[in-house]
Design a protein around this ligand. Structure first.
Ligand SMILES: *Cc1c(COP(=O)(O)O)cnc(C)c1O
Length: 305
């Protein structure tokens, strides 16, 4: 994998008042491997390929709508490497063709194994068995958070991001916020918006970043993956007003919370805020399928227009 020479734009979200808000469009990094997933995978995969493995293959884990599964499958296609996705939920075995994320991954050549939620939770046993079965494979943990991932996340930061007082990102496994925290400037404050209800995240991020410049803020609306009507309205309003597409699992929840914090004067006057658009737009289609079945309002998908 190459370090792309794409110049990632930073776009101002015009607000009333004296707070300045900008969004860095990491969603534009690659048409299929979007946002933070590209950076998290970059050094992991290069390190593996540098060892010149025989019959290289990549194995990883994820849920039915996983941005990570989608990204790994697209990479496998790009690099002409076999990929295997260990997917949560046995019931998908018979109907994965109806899931846009898994369909896309399959078209990229990914094989699947569907496991029960119970087995999926026990990653240690799963991983051990896979190591025995596929001794040459690169096994990437769900979310792909490790030292190499942090090194990749450093690329989110550059000379353009130095002038901001606050750096904001959505938090799943915490690798992205840890990398931003680790490599932020001395005077920058890092805000991570938790889209999972996980109280161990603070400790795991601290362990990786080894700095106390970050704060984690709840933004999960109850649980990971929950999509409220308010969330949908916010995403649709945001895209109409500012012409930027967000998605309901990560970036929509982060941005909504950022707006709420601005509203309650969380940020000091004249603060300059940068929010990272970590991508994940592939998930909109799957979310809309679910919403359509429940006869709920849909997310307007500018990318699909
Ligand atoms: C995976 C993902 C995140 C969270 O990244 P972590 O490093 O796991 O915290 C944020 N935004 C999007 C769009 C993602 O796909």
């Amino acid at each position: 994998m190459k370090i792309p020479d794409t110049q990632i734009p930073i776009i101002e979200i015009p607000l009333k008042g004296n707070i300045q808000l900008f969004i860095k469009r990491e969603d534009l990094i690659h048409p299929q491997i979007s946002g933070n997933k590209y950076w998290k995978l970059l050094y992991n995969i290069n390190n593996y390929l540098d060892e010149d493995p025989t019959n290289p293959s990549i194995i990883t884990f994820g849920g039915a709508f996983s941005n990570h599964i989608s990204a790994v499958s697209a990479l496998g296609k790009d690099l002409e490497i076999k990929t295997l996705g260990i997917i949560r939920g046995e019931e998908l075995q018979s109907k994965w063709q109806q899931n846009p994320t898994l369909k896309f991954a399959h078209e990229n050549g990914m094989d699947f194994r569907f496991v029960t939620r119970e087995d999926f939770r026990d990653k240690e046993i799963l991983t051990k068995n896979l190591e025995i079965e596929f001794p040459n494979a690169l096994i990437i943990p769900e979310g792909g958070t490790n030292e190499f991932a942090l090194k990749g996340i450093q690329h989110l930061l550059n000379s353009d991001t130095k002038s901001f007082d606050y750096l904001c990102t959505a938090v799943g496994t915490g690798g992205t916020v840890a990398g931003i925290s680790k490599f932020a400037e001395e005077n920058q404050k890092v805000l991570g918006f938790k889209v999972v209800d996980d109280h161990s995240l603070n400790d795991s991020v601290l362990k990786l970043s080894e700095r106390n410049n970050f704060e984690l803020i709840e933004a999960h609306d109850g649980s990971y993956g929950k999509i409220t009507d308010e969330n949908i309205r916010f995403i649709n309003d945001f895209s109409e007003k500012f012409g930027i597409q967000l998605e309901p699992i990560y970036t929509g929840k982060m941005m909504k919370k950022v707006f709420e914090l601005i509203e309650v004067s969380y940020f000091p006057e004249n603060s300059k805020i940068l929010a990272f658009h970590t991508g994940g737009l592939q998930g909109i289609e799957g979310a809309n399928e679910m919403l359509r079945k429940k006869k709920r309002d849909l997310i307007i998908n500018r990318n699909a227009l």
